[in-house]
Write a protein that binds this ligand. Structure first.
Ligand SMILES: Cc1ncc(COP(=O)(O)O)c(C=O)c1O
Length: 450
């Protein structure tokens, strides 16, 4: 039996794909019903950070479900939500200390931006409602998060429903004329943010949202070391809230608890998700300082964002178990260490045809494909290089995450590698050898089609 549309009652994510059916997970591996093994080099979608089938996390969730599965966060509190907030608060930068839990990254972004708006209303400054975001940039699929995202292909159909988010260019060294090397480049220094705030009028701007390290959007690009200090200083001077979207890069993924840490500043609001529960439950959160929550507490009294499944007991129990597992086994430190190994082994891939750049931090790597390595001209979109590569990789028993369109909005092909933090040395070698195989096959397939 195939697992493909229209043979199954499932409305699949991809309607032209015959899905392997996974029956078991083991650490960094997934095994399908035919016994084929897949090295999960991207943790599904940057999610399975502690690997698959972790018995401690499974037991914590089962234990919570046996005690009670659900209660409303408007009526009661419970152990897992209190413990998870404390576990996370211990790791958070600056004065971020209060956590509001949700179920997905998109919801966290919606909540963060709505809170920014509510904050300025509570403070008696209702004109501050514009949002500034980066391009390329991705913040989610729900309408406000999509508005903040720079994915034209995702947005085109829904344009009439989206809000007008002001866009400035993201720091993207590989595609910037200065190569990220010029401290006075307006884009790579962050100066473009100040220009945008001045143009819109600071009295109209509520928040600036950015990923501290690019996820799929700029494929693991890291802005210059002083970038976020400049952003922080500009936001402070103009009374604009800085929202750091750490949904993909947070909870250790780049080798520090939070990707913003090496920049030496803290945001006003942080979003997190994906790896916070290791993928064992749908869990995300916003982290906020008391000074922002206080404005709400002393004003209207409640954050105007209601969701049935916020502060969910079993979700939070998965989060507590994941956070404790990460801490007990020093997995964030391990992520930094194995990240160095990963980058060292991936670097030679840059010698291969069509590999334009290999970059990233910690166990997050972006490999960008181009038509011509010298000019960095992207491959034509019609070649579907990144998607073809991801399919070839899956056939070779390797999961990667493809992304397209970042070079100019339409063209641009890259794939991301982000394995679980428990990855071993020989598994990293296996990623590299399967990657090479998939690339050879992709080049051959794209040539045949052309
Ligand atoms: C940086 C960033 N923010 C937000 C989201 C949205 O998260 P979700 O897909 O869980 O809604 C994503 C998803 O990939 C992301 O990478």
């Amino acid at each position: 039996m195939t697992h493909a549309y229209p043979d199954s009652p499932v409305f699949y994510r991809k309607l032209a794909h015959d899905y392997p059916k996974i029956v078991r997970g083991e650490g960094c591996w997934l095994i399908d019903e035919r016994g084929k093994r897949y090295l999960d080099a991207v943790g599904g979608a940057y999610v399975a950070n502690v690997g698959h089938s972790n018995p401690e996390i499974a037991e914590a969730m089962a234990q919570q479900a046996r005690e009670f599965g659900y209660l409303s966060g408007t009526m009661f509190t419970h152990g897992p939500v209190e413990e998870l907030a404390a576990e996370l608060a211990e790791t958070l930068p600056g004065d971020l200390s209060k956590l509001y839990f949700l179920c997905s990254g998109s919801e966290a972004v919606e909540a963060a931006l709505k809170l920014a708006r509510q904050y300025w209303i509570e403070r008696g400054r209702p004109s501050k409602q514009r949002i500034i975001a980066l391009g390329p940039g991705y913040h989610g699929s729900t309408l406000l998060a999509l508005s903040a995202s720079a994915r034209e292909a995702y947005k085109a159909m829904f344009r009439p429903w989206l809000v007008d988010v002001h866009r400035i260019p993201a720091s993207y060294p590989y595609r910037c004329e200065c190569g990220g090397k010029n401290a006075s480049c307006p884009v790579c220094s962050g100066a473009v943010l100040e220009e945008a705030i001045t143009r819109l009028g600071a009295e109209n701007v509520a928040a600036f949202i950015a990923e501290p390290v690019g996820g799929s959007s700029t494929g693991g690009s890291t802005p210059r070391p002083e970038y976020f200090k400049r952003v922080r200083e500009i936001c402070d001077r103009h009374d604009v809230l800085f929202v750091a979207d750490e949904v993909l890069v947070g909870v250790g993924r780049t080798g520090t608890w939070w990707a913003i840490e090496p920049y030496g500043v803290a945001p006003d609001i942080m979003t997190l998700g994906k790896g916070v529960s290791g993928g064992y439950a749908a869990l995300s959160a916003i982290a906020v300082p008391e000074r922002i929550v206080d404005a709400v507490a002393k004003g209207s009294g409640n954050f105007m964002h209601a969701q049935t499944f916020s502060h969910h007991p079993v979700g939070c129990a998965a989060g507590v178990a994941t956070m404790r597992y990460l801490k007990k086994h020093s997995l964030v430190e391990r992520c930094a260490r194995m990240g160095r190994v990963l980058h060292e082994r991936l670097r030679p891939l840059a010698e291969l045809p069509h590999v334009g750049d290999v970059r990233g931090r910690g166990l997050l790597a972006g490999i960008e494909f181009v038509e011509d390595k010298a000019s960095r001209v992207p491959l034509p979109r019609a070649a579907r290089f990144a998607e073809t590569f991801a399919d070839a990789a899956l056939e070779a028993g390797l999961t990667v995450w493809p992304n397209v369109g970042h070079a100019d909005g339409t063209n641009g092909d890259l794939v991301m590698v982000a394995p679980p933090f428990i990855i071993e040395d020989d598994e990293i070698d296996e990623i590299v050898s399967r990657f090479r195989k998939a690339l050879e096959k992709t080049i051959a397939m794209v040539k045949v089609r052309a």
